[in-house]
Design a protein around this ligand. Structure first.
Ligand SMILES: CC[C@H](C(=O)O)C(=O)SCCNC(=O)CCNC(=O)[C@H](O)C(C)(C)COP(=O)(O)OP(=O)(O)OC[C@H]1O[C@@H](n2cnc3c(N)ncnc32)[C@H](O)[C@@H]1OP(=O)(O)O
Ligand SMILES: [Co+2]
Length: 132
């Protein structure tokens, strides 16, 4: 893992959360992007070499909708940047970790992404990210 690529935060209202985080961060988000395949609308704030990724659900089946229903708003996942996502997937599988998708899928911000099962990582949903 090279660096924390982003911290994903589940929010009910993206516009309102954008205003909150613009005030907290002292800077506006640099992009918003909807990834329908994941059922999310996202908004990104740069902070040093990492980002804050705000995520709102685009439909009731979205993982974000289910997360908020169960746990309310809050930190949803931690994403790490990796140089070679396929190598990392194979390495982690070899160590006995479950990948929720073993084939990298399109993420936001021009990335390929994969997720580890939170139960295998002390209750944290870990995302692997690689530049497309
Ligand atoms: C557009 C991509 C973007 C990017 O960065 O590029 C994103 O980050 S997209 C983010 C949204 N997409 C995902 O999260 C995909 C991976 N997530 C999943 O496959 C599911 O959300 C899953 C499997 C983590 C949970 O699914 P579901 O909620 O349907 O199942 P359960 O409620 O039964 O959960 C099982 C178990 O895991 C706990 N859980 C659920 N979500 C999280 C979480 N975010 N962090 C930690 N733990 C989580 C849940 O509480 C259950 O545990 P239990 O003890 O049984 O309550
Ligand atoms: Co993410």
């Amino acid at each position: 893992m090279k660096r924390i690529e982003h911290i994903g935060i589940a929010v009910k209202d993206l516009e309102a959360a954008n205003k909150t985080y613009a005030t907290v961060m002292g800077a506006e988000h640099y992009k918003t992007e909807t990834v329908e395949s994941e059922g999310v609308s996202t908004s990104f704030f740069q902070v040093g070499e990492s980002k804050i990724e705000l995520l709102a659900a685009t439909n009731p089946e979205s993982p974000i909708a289910k997360f908020i229903e169960k746990r309310g708003e809050g930190i949803h996942h931690i994403a790490f940047y990796v140089d070679d996502i396929n190598t990392e997937i194979e390495r982690l599988k070899g160590e006995g970790f479950r990948l929720l998708n073993e084939i990298p899928k399109p993420g936001a911000d021009n990335k390929l992404v994969a997720f580890m099962h939170p139960k295998d990582v002390n209750g944290v949903l870990v995302e692997l990210c690689q530049e497309k």
